[in-house]
Design a protein around this ligand. Sequence first.
Ligand code: FE
Length: 212
Amino acid sequence: MTIRLPDLPYAYDALEPHISSKTLHFHHEKHHKGYVDKANATLEDNPLKGKPIEDIVRGAHAEGDQGLFNNIAQVWNHTVYWHSMAPKGGGDPHGDLAKKIKEDFGDAAKFREKFKASALGQFGSGYAWLAFDGKKLIIEKTPNAVTPLIEGKAVLLACDVWEHAYYLDHQNRRDSYVDAFLNKLVNWHFAEERFGVCVNKGMKATFEPAEA
Ligand code: FE
């Protein structure tokens, strides 16, 4: 059983003008696919082969297998990132997640402010995340391939801040890209659904669409 590259949940040009078709083609077909191919090559003769992706991510991290971890975590991180955006995204969250955001951050505008600061504060490549630890919502940033998954948190949203995510469209202006992510693209339906699963099923919000 090999890991496969999952399809994007929308057309390559669906996020224009904020993220171009050219960026999504490169990001999905070159970067994401590259991580899939390297993860599969690294998994040959590894006892983690065939396990659910989240287990491989945690297992590689626990064993200190940096080569496998970097690639398999990037497979997972990118899949969550694609789902964290939608063609008609943006706006404010609804329902239970909106209430929890109000409780933990003040309101949706405060959330955006903190999330943007986190995304801009990540020096070099990495991610900004909205995660849930079972009690509180957490905004955090991580370098390179590091993911809140290894700390047992459930990820609700991921924003890739590697330059390959935005350089063709926003050049060096990460702030312009993060504004577009938060105001025009963020997929609150995805975050709301995952938050609901966490609350109702005791944090069992697994995310395995990249497995064949
Ligand atoms: Fe990326």
